[in-house]
Ligand binder design. Sequence first.
Ligand SMILES: O=C(O)c1cc(=O)[nH]c(=O)n1[C@@H]1O[C@H](COP(=O)(O)O)[C@@H](O)[C@H]1O
Length: 270
Amino acid sequence: MSFMEKLKSASQHNRSLVCVGLDPDLKKLPECLKGAEHPIFEFNKAIVDATRDWVSCYKPQAAYYAGQGADDELKMTIDYIHEHAPMVPVILDVKRGDIGSTAEMYAREAFERYQADAVTVNPYMGFDTLKPFLDHADKGVIILCRTSNPNSGDLQNLMCDGRMVYEHVALLARDKWNYNNNVALVIGATYPEELKHVRGLCPEMPFLVPGVGAQGGDVEKVVRFGCDANGGGLAINSSRGIIYADRSENFGAAAGAAARQLRDLINSFR
Ligand SMILES: O=C(O)c1cc(=O)[nH]c(=O)n1[C@@H]1O[C@H](COP(=O)(O)O)[C@@H](O)[C@H]1O
């Protein structure tokens, strides 16, 4: 099954637009996991076990694994999701972007080494740097468009040929880069007006929307402005807001409850 089919099917089956971000920081893990051989994996495993019925996808952020020397635990986590939550796709959030020959290797890293269903990419260097990802027709390629961070407008809102840079990205994604129907866009929940605008430009494209929870994005606006005509088309990510819902030994159950609560809140606006 392709990423797009998997995302749709998990979203329908679990009636959920929630993406759980697996961004484990060793310093924030519950005491009960300290001293475990693979604490990050054990943490993720409990989060996945508790949340898999309430989500449409998972998104491990690669920096948390690379920065803490835990590449093996990233691989173990993705393998675990494929085995124990096989209908739920995995987005490897690594925001890649480099010249074509290097991008080929990054695509191999995401899709062959880690067996991710989708990857996040940075379009700053242009089409040839995205092509090695886009050519994998069954994999999702999720392109940064209007990101959630405070200074995202520095470049993304610059006017150029009568449009802002992020609008150019949305139009290129819609008209030139989506030749395998495997493209999605990242739009931050912290910029709901831009989300509405990009939905107008790209009525059918799925959007990954990070920035609810810890970054304070407004869930109601995200849903009302971002859904497609069928009330779907969004993967709304929360990482810290779900994985650290409780930092005692009860963390798994608390994450499950937080994911379910976010799912229900989102659904109440659909
Ligand atoms: O591509 C992303 O996922 C992403 C894009 C963006 O514009 N903003 C953003 O926060 N993210 C990621 O989404 C997650 C947000 O985490 P929380 O703020 O803890 O929910 C992190 O993994 C970020 O790297």
